[in-house]
Design a protein. Structure first.
Length: 61
């Protein structure tokens, strides 16, 4: 399955290949969100994206 995820990420035009691959992996793994310091590369994806600070605030509220 890993090869397919890499292939799919290579086909998708995004600002950064590694971020695109992380998105495909997160979606395939049914993750609830992505936590990153660089959220601008994850705009428009179908799961929430948080900075570390936003995530800590969310889970401690």
């Amino acid at each position: 399955m890993g090869d397919l995820l890499v292939y799919d990420a290579l086909q998708k035009k995004g600002p950064d290949f590694e971020d695109t691959l992380q998105t495909f992996c997160a979606l395939h793994s049914n993750c609830d969100c992505i936590i990153t310091k660089d959220s601008k590369h994850f705009r428009g994806i179908p799961i929430p994206v948080y900075t570390p600070e936003e995530f800590i605030n969310k889970v401690t509220d």
